[in-house]
Structures are given as structure tokens and as C-alpha cells.
Design a protein. Structure first.
Length: 56
């Protein structure tokens, strides 16, 4: 993904992660959950897909 593509989906990603982790009681758990999902998606974009294969 290009930086422009990432920027275009940032709001949707943040809304999705907020909804996904809304049930977590502690704010730090919600924040780290959101960071985890963001990292997974960004890594998949770097690899070029979401099939789990490494680009290395």
C-alpha cells in the first residue's frame, strides 16, 4: 500500500479497531489492541498480501 492508500483507510481502520476492542475494560488494552491490528495490516501491505507468506 502506498502512504496515500493507508491515509485513505485510516479512519475506517481506527473505527473498526475501536469497535473490536470496545469491550476491553482498560484503556491501555484497547490502545495496544488497536496498535496490534494496525501492525498486522501494515505488515500485510508491505508483504503484498494477506496470505501469511513472508517476503523474505
Amino acid at each position: 500500500m502506498t502512504p496515500e492508500e493507508i491515509a485513505s483507510v485510516r479512519e475506517d481502520l481506527e473505527a473498526f479497531a475501536a469497535e473490536l476492542f470496545d469491550g476491553f475494560f482498560r484503556a491501555d488494552q484497547r490502545r495496544w489492541g488497536q496498535a496490534y491490528v494496525r501492525g498486522l495490516l501494515l505488515r500485510a501491505a508491505q508483504v503484498g498480501g494477506t496470505d501469511g507468506r513472508s517476503a523474505e
